[in-house]
Design a protein around this ligand. Structure first.
Ligand code: PMP
Length: 279
């Protein structure tokens, strides 16, 4: 696998970052995961906008503008020998003597790798996955795509330890998102989407689903969603760039709706697949 590190391409086994990198010592960095279909970076503009927002959120000078990132990313995609890619991009505040305060004159570390993109099969979509509910104990800037993921790691492990796939997070009685995904509910044919604010990551897939629902007149409410509404939902889905739209068919051991993918999930996945083909 060829990776990109600070302007150079190399096999992953040769990529080295100094131990004083602030990403390693402090989790001081941001990242993106971009799905690539047939060597086309899906919604690249939106991912680069979110990267800029993450940089602004941690007061890191973005080393490249959107045009330069686009050239770099397209070149990187072309070097991989598989067409569907899970492109991971990370920026840290660079290498400096360990101190919490921002270093003077450090150069950001830029890293990219691509793995084959594995999206759910039609069978996995139909069966859906299990989720557990838990308390969202993260900080107040969940809108920043920070590499400091310890809270998300621990929250995701709660699901894994229970034999489930994802944790649905609740803060003050309202649903925020999943440990590594956004969450939608459906009630009586209407999609319920949580408000996009500082308590959740603005998922590119989340935005895409909302855009598709509006464009196709699928009933949609974007608002706070209570825990009771989540538990009474006809359908629950998780969304992310790699899982796309994936039904949650069990929550805390109880069946959700029919126990398989629901009609609104099927409709939205079909619309999403259409968009993947046309860009
Ligand atoms: N929320 C969190 C916490 C995430 O880590 C992710 C990405 N894995 C998402 C939401 C979904 O974002 P996207 O649709 O851009 O992949």
């Amino acid at each position: 696998m060829t990776v990109y590190l600070n302007g150079e391409y190399m096999p992953i086994g040769e990529a080295r970052v100094p131990v004083l990198d602030r990403g390693f010592l402090l989790g001081d960095g941001v990242y993106e995961v971009i799905p690539v279909y047939g060597r086309h970076a899906f919604r690249l503009e939106q991912h680069l906008l979110r990267l800029q927002n993450s940089c602004d959120g941690i007061r890191l000078d973005n080393p490249h503008n959107a045009a330069a990132w686009t050239t770099l990313i397209q070149d990187f995609i072309g070097r991989q020998d598989f067409a569907n890619q899970n492109l991971y991009l990370q920026l840290t505040r660079g290498v400096a003597k360990r101190d919490h305060a921002f270093p003077q004159g450090a150069t950001p570390t830029i890293f990219m790798m691509a793995n084959p993109l594995v999206t759910p099969t039609p069978e996995q979509f139909e069966a859906g996955v299990a989720a557990v509910s838990t308390t969202d104990n993260r900080w107040q800037r969940c809108d920043i795509k920070s590499i400091a993921l310890l809270a998300n790691v621990l929250l995701r492990q709660i699901a894994v330890d229970a034999g489930a796939t994802e944790s649905i997070l609740f803060r003050d009685g309202y649903m925020t998102e999943g440990a590594a995904s956004n969450i939608f509910a459906v009630k009586g044919g209407t999609i319920l989407a949580p408000l996009r604010n500082h308590l959740m990551l603005p998922g590119i897939t989340y935005d895409t689903v909302i855009e598709l629902a509006r464009a196709n007149n699928v009933p949609l409410e974007v608002r706070e969603i209570s825990e009771a509404e989540v538990r009474a939902a006809d359908e629950l889905w998780l969304t992310s760039s790699t899982k796309e739209i994936l039904p949650i068919t069990r929550l805390d051991g109880r069946v959700v709706g029919s126990g398989t993918a629901g009609p609104v999930a099927r409709r939205m996945l079909a619309l999403y697949q259409g968009l993947k083909r046309t860009g």
